[in-house]
Design a protein around this ligand. Sequence first.
Ligand code: C2E
Ligand code: MG
Ligand code: MG
Length: 765
Amino acid sequence: MRRLMVAIVACMLAAASWATLYAAGLPMPKQIVWVAGPFGLAMSAWMAWLAGEVPGIAASARRFWHRFALATGLVTIGTAIMTPARLSPESPYALRLIQIAAPVLATSILIVLYALLRLPVRTRTRAEWTRLGLDGLTVLITTALFLWHLALRPIAEHNGHLGVVIGLSLVGITCLVTLVAVLKVVMLGSGTVSRRSMALLATTLVAGGLSSAVSPLIATHPRLAGLQPMLTLVECLLVAAAARAQWRPAAAQRTARGGRTYSKLPYYAVGATLVLLAFVAYTDHRDIAAVATGAIAVSAIVGARQLVALRDNQRLLAEVSAHERRLRHQATHDALTGLVNRNHFTELLGAALRHPGPTAVLLIDLDDFKLINDTLGHAVGDEVLMTVAERLRGAVRAEDVVARLGGDEFAAMLYEVPGEHAVGVAERIRDVLTTSVRAAGHELLVRASVGVATSSPELAEDVDTLLRNADLAMYAAKERGKGGHFVYVPGMTTRIVAHAEIGARLRDAIDAGQLHLQYQPIVRLDDGRTVGTEALVRWRHPELGVIPPGDFIPAAEQTGLVVPLGRFVMREACAQQARWLRELGASAPGYVSVNVAGRQLTDPDFVTDVLAALDDAGLDPRHLTVEVTETAVVDEAAIAALQQLRDRRIRIALDDFGTAASSLGLLLTCPVTALKLDRSFVDEITTVARQEAVATAVIRMAQALDLDTVAEGIETEAQARMLRHLGYTFGQGYLYSRPLAPEDLARRAAVAPPAFAGLAVHHAT
Ligand code: C2E
Ligand code: MG
Ligand code: MG
């Protein structure tokens, strides 16, 4: 490539020095310069061919370069044929040669056009195409005006060498058409042929047009004959440079952008025609009509183009703003249900609270939605959420806002609505949900707990306060049972704040010895004898009094404090059990059951701690039961810990059995020895058939798996009878005894006959 380039430059230098000397009037042989042109052309054709051989080049670009090389080859032949005619235009065969060369050259230009048009272009809108077409027309008319005034008319007036004139002007005009085509392709950016190459080729074609335009000049000033081959060589050089650019990888990668210069092109065209018009007006009046017409036409076209561009811009603007609206909607609405999202809801609530008049907030939480999602799959869950969203929308006025805050949590904001009315809406929500939801062939009963809070002008609540109040009310509603609603009452807050404080003070409570244990007897249902006890932790707070575990265990779990707390309980319970065995002998309860939280199970020191507690108390592991809830045993680490305990003959009871969703699978993976039927089933066992059914199912399962069963929360003789009838062996509840201080339990044990004689005797000996 470099050598070819050097050859072309050499030709150019030779031609240039020749042209200068010839113009200066020195007698130089014309042949030399006419040979240099075709030679340079042949070199550039070769280079164009090589550009198509760039490794990894796109197929479309390769075809383009090969076609272009072919066209350049034809130009070489045409020029070679034409050369003798140019050398001596007066000779009789000159016209004949021109007649032969003209179709060859015309073909070459057609090939270039074809090559250009076949290049793939970026897709554009119709308006863009129109604009490009109008721009092309502008350039064409402007150039035609110049060509007409500066070249063609003088030639026509000269009226000499008609053949040369016609041939060259044809070539010139075709070049202009090609120029337009190249401009088009450059603007479109094919992305295959390097943009730099394309720009250079466009310049080449301009140079081609120019070299045609100088013919009349040469015709009148024969001494300038060297000018034309010089221009031809410039073209060769440009083609060579374009071919080289294709070899530069970076250039090939650069994709086309609509050039900034390009967008000014129409204005340049208008400016140029106006300058020409002024020039003609002052110098040569004969052309004024033609040039003026042309100038008007160009201005009109540019005007039309602006109109098209304007319309296009307006369309674009409309698209952009529609897109913006869509984005805004996406940012403020929930994708699944189309309801307002949490962010936007708080924004709207903030705005509403700035107005006087009450605003009510309803927090709506679906009960058991997780169960639907887990058992029937997310698709069904989504369908349920969509239906619920629709019904909620229908339950409020059009001006009220319904939002999905996330998951199965919804909210409604009612403008200018006092508390009583808000309750009415909460009831309406309950009503609209009573109809079952159809989802993927399932008929699902969805219930929701609703918390209601209303802003009061006196209190001037902010968004957070109001939402928290509604949240508290919602939790209160949930506590009272599913599918209910609860209105926030001032003072609910203090309980929660106290709750948070409890967590913070628990640490000190352990150190300050404010914790102690009570023991609730676990009895044999047949005869009411105590077989074991459950250790239940109590916190005697110096100011707050005795705090039930339900109030601080959850906080302790959250903070991780349940680990040291649980360690204390375990040590204390083991020590107590050992003490009873020592002091009461055969009438001592057989085992102590200790509640263990999930967080404790996954603590790496848990097993070691339990074994140390047994060791220090001198207690046989068979006298210990570890009580875990199903939800605590969620991962393999927890199961592994339980397995290690079981390996040492510590018993494992599943607490609150039947209240979580995963019970059955767990029975197979977890080394359980006893099931504790949750209090909620026992509560209604004598009145609700469904509860009885569950209790029956649990006992069947326990019998099949050879597990002990303990029924929790037995309060009436009827319940005890029913449970006995169902086959439960052990029970626990106020009917037998409330949780007791150790000495009370010892007193009770002393009067009652020995319960679990075998074990107790075994240990007493
Ligand atoms: P749980 O393990 O299911 O304990 C049984 C709860 O039912 C105890 O409440 C007990 O006092 C109560 N109960 C017993 N018989 C009856 C009855 O006939 N009727 C009624 N209504 N209730 C009865 P408590 O002591 O308030 O404990 C609540 C929960 O706190 C326990 O439920 C247990 O999950 C947790 N807990 C208690 N002590 C500890 C502990 O030391 N560590 C851990 N991690 N959790 C504990
Ligand atoms: Mg328990
Ligand atoms: Mg329980």
